[in-house]
Design a protein around this ligand. Structure first.
Ligand code: GLY
Length: 318
């Protein structure tokens, strides 16, 4: 039976393994995508998602997340939610409501509290130390405050043909209070339709939003393109368009899967992702934009890369 899952960044791999186990056992796409994202949200060394995520410039961890059911097209999302361990689970609960399904700030946090979601201070000592270090750097050096926006975005396909999509992020490091990125925005950070497929984004939300790229990839798959064609055709011309008309393009990467478990990615930066389906066990791959400017190079990850990554994410903050 066909099933599949794909998610952004190496950090998603343990979650992809968990989702794959659930899907192999006949689990439902929505449960699998939520479980996948929950694994990433709970891991303290991932600095741009959930617990341990980096704060805004005021030192507050504000998280954005979304959930979409590809069968019903139901969506739930939160923006700037605080003190909630699993923002994506709050988004999923909101997706069950016809009204008030996208909530932000205190309203989102209050919904989580009232509905019994796990509440905790999401600012770890490590994230606070990084924030303090960045404040000190900004005071002495002429540098941009923004760094790191490695959203986890994921798509799942279950053995009944149902699909789901979800995202979770603490957004841009040192963002302004109340800044919301693409991750909770339908069509920008994510989209899924079980009759076609799904896509999810990571990268600079302000630029991803300019192209509604997740929806564009799903639309292209609906017209018969493979996930890889849809990613390449949606992402690279858009990067060129942004550079021409806006003058620059931030870094971003997209993953996609169709309802046959076939997948694709496109990126304008080095980009790792994890993917598994009934044909191939979950594995981490690395993508780069092709030199021709309209294709994607995808290779297996090396052990050296993985070792360096592990060292980097756990390095002391000095
Ligand atoms: N893609 C995440 C963000 O821009 O917040």
């Amino acid at each position: 039976m066909t099933w599949g899952t794909i998610a952004t960044w190496r950090m998603a791999h343990d979650g992809v393994v968990k989702a794959s186990d659930l899907l192999t056992a006949g689990g439902q796409a929505g449960d699998a995508v939520e479980a996948l994202i929950n694994v990433v949200e709970a891991y303290p060394y991932y600095k741009s998602v959930g617990y341990g995520g980096l704060p805004n410039e005021e030192g507050v961890v504000e998280m954005d997340a979304a959930f979409m059911d590809g069968d019903t097209l139901a969506q739930g999302a939160v923006g700037g939610i605080h003190n909630v361990m699993h923002a994506v689970s709050v988004a999923r609960a909101l997706s069950h409501q016809h009204y008030n399904s996208f909530r932000v700030g205190d309203g989102a946090t209050k919904f989580a509290q009232l509905n019994g979601f796990e509440m905790t201070n999401m600012l770890t000592d490590r994230a606070k130390a990084r924030w303090q270090k960045r404040l000190a750097e900004l005071a002495t050096e002429n540098m941009t405050p923004y760094d790191g926006h490695d959203t986890v975005g994921a798509i799942t396909l279950d053995t009944t043909g149902s699909m789901a999509a979800a995202t979770s992020t603490s957004g841009l490091f040192m963002k302004k209070a109340g800044r919301v990125g693409d991750s909770p925005l339908s069509g920008s950070g994510y989209y899924v339709d079980s009759e076609i497929g799904g896509a999810a984004a990571t990268g600079l939300g302000e630029d991803i939003m300019k192209g509604c790229i997740s929806y564009e990839i799903v639309r292209r798959m609906g017209e018969g393109e493979t996930p890889q064609e849809a990613c390449d055709h949606a992402v690279y011309p858009f990067v060129a368009k942004l550079k021409k008309r806006y003058g620059k393009a931030g870094e971003f990467s997209l993953v996609a899967m169709n309802n046959r478990g076939e997948w694709g990615v496109a990126t304008n930066v080095e980009f790792t992702f994890s993917v598994g389906n009934d044909q191939a066990a979950p594995r981490i791959l690395i993508a780069h934009p092709g030199v021709d400017g309209h294709s994607t190079l995808i290779e297996p990850i090396t052990q050296d890369w993985l070792d360096a990554y592990e060292k980097r994410i756990k390095a002391p903050i000095e």
